[in-house]
Design a binder for this molecule. Structure first.
Ligand code: ATP
Ligand code: MG
Length: 435
């Protein structure tokens, strides 16, 4: 069984690589013409464009980013009459990765979708939906979901457990499945995210996700210029991997940290030190991104976003620079009925003992002394902002019981961050450069 990968460059999809699976061995390579002409556009930041043939017992890690999960996975397993398990990943990607997040797709999945549409002639030229249609899950919306069978509406192209659709707004403001709206008509690309389950807690998590993102933005964390908004129990998340401009759509490279670290499959748990090392290896400005990543983790701890797995951090290539994407999936996950414990932790590289104090984490980070001092100073300044978190959360509409519950974890972060400030820094002018 094999598949062909395509990448979106300069307004068109071009063939770039092929993957073949034979008796459990997976081989893949960039196509020769691609390898000659596009050395600056790899499938993964960890897989430079070259002529090599790679062989392994597992799928290439970047392909796992394209494997349908959640509702889209369940739908396709039924269509393909497959039992669930890691062996289903490759057939699923060959059917479902027709229009994923990022700028890579699988040619066979595009064919699969075209066949699917041909079997449902009514799916052609449907009028757009209003936001209300989606929010109240109108008859129209349900019919549309069925006709496109979760394919045109992108459910198989976006990962994560919560049900999601990739919808795109046309020039008249109406919403369409992303895969069925021509680029020329697209004005805004959205992820429509629904609660993970039917319970009140699921709705509460999603409702607070919008407020959590506003809090992160207020604290200067990198967030998309357009923040998610809540409509009923539907979260509308503007996408940062698409830029619609003058009748054209730019698709940006986006890749999870699991892919950058070469982790194939799901539920793998690198330590946070490995995450930092992986980030530093590929980003344009390692110290700025290290600080950003640590600040996000401070917030994860203070605001108990426990679901910090390796696919909830991603990198993007934008204007020639590699950096962490804007923040996403930031929510009070401690409330989730599935009781999600903090997924990734700071395990000391040599002893594998968990470190839970920023002083120890910074001491163990393999960075130069000036950089360590910079991180300590910036994080100790961040303490002041973390101290005002309860007020900021209040202003941004986080639920009161959540704010109340976070008192202890916020205090703990403030105490730890303040302790990072070296005594002499009290007297240093605030705009001093780092020695
Ligand atoms: N604004 C965005 N722009 C582009 N891609 C995004 C955006 N938000 C999320 N994504 C991508 O979509 C995926 C799913 O989104 P998200 O993580 O919010 O879903 P989830 O169902 O809550 O995931 P999980 O299973 O981790 O709880 C992310 O892993 C990321 O790749
Ligand atoms: Mg997620």
């Amino acid at each position: 069984m094999d598949c062909a990968l395509q990448i979106f460059l300069n307004d068109q999809w071009i063939d770039c690589a092929q993957i073949e699976i034979n008796r459990g061995l997976c081989q893949w390579n960039y196509q020769v013409t691609y390898a000659v002409e596009h050395t600056d556009a790899p499938l993964s930041l960890a897989e430079p464009v070259d002529m090599d043939i790679r062989a392994a017992r597992s799928l290439p890690a970047f392909l796992s980013d394209l494997v349908p999960q959640g509702a889209g996975r369940r739908f396709l397993l039924g269509e393909l009459e497959l039992a669930d398990g890691p062996d289903a990943d490759f057939p699923l990607v060959r059917a479902g990765a027709l229009n994923p997040i990022g700028r890579i797709r699988v040619a066979e999945a595009v064919d699969y979708f075209e066949n699917h549409v041909a079997r449902h002639p009514d799916a052609h030229g449907l009028p757009g939906l209003t936001l209300d249609d989606v929010v109240v899950r109108s008859a129209e919306f349900k019919e549309r979901m069925f006709l496109h069978g979760m394919l045109g509406t992108g459910t198989t192209g976006v990962q994560g457990a919560a049900p999601k659709y990739l919808l795109t707004r046309d020039t008249a403001g109406l919403l369409h499945g992303d895969a069925v709206l021509p680029d020329a008509d697209a004005t805004k690309h959205l992820i429509v995210k629904l609660p993970r389950g039917n319970g009140a807690a699921d709705v509460k998590v999603l409702r607070n996700e919008a407020a959590y993102m506003r809090v992160a933005a207020a604290l200067g964390i990198r967030t998309h210029a357009e923040l998610p908004t809540l409509h009923g129990d539907v979260l509308l998340v503007p996408r940062f991997d698409r830029i619609a401009r003058a009748g054209k759509v730019v698709r940006l490279h986006q890749e999870s940290m699991a892919s950058v670290l070469g982790l194939s499959g799901f539920d793998l748990r690198p330590s946070l030190f490995e995450m930092v090392a992986g980030i530093r290896k590929v980003v344009t400005d390692p110290s700025a991104e290290t600080l950003e990543f640590i600040k996000r983790d401070v917030l994860n701890l203070a605001m108990r976003n426990t679901d910090n797995h390796a696919r909830n951090t991603a990198l993007q290539l934008i204007e020639g620079k590699v950096r962490l994407t804007p923040l996403f999936d930031f929510a009070p996950m401690y409330l989730d009925p599935e009781l999600i414990p903090r997924a990734l932790r700071w395990y000391r590289p040599d002893t594998r003992v968990e470190l839970t104090d920023w002083t120890d984490v910074l001491a163990a980070l393999p960075v130069s002394e000036p950089e360590r001092r910079m991180l300590a100073l910036e994080l100790s300044r961040f303490a002041v902002q973390i101290e005002s978190l309860p007020n900021i959360m209040e202003e941004q509409g986080v639920d009161h019981d959540v704010i109340e519950f976070l008192t202890r974890s916020i205090d703990m972060q403030v105490r730890q961050l303040k302790a990072l400030q070296p005594p002499e820094a009290h007297h240093a002018p605030s705009d001093s450069t780092y020695p």
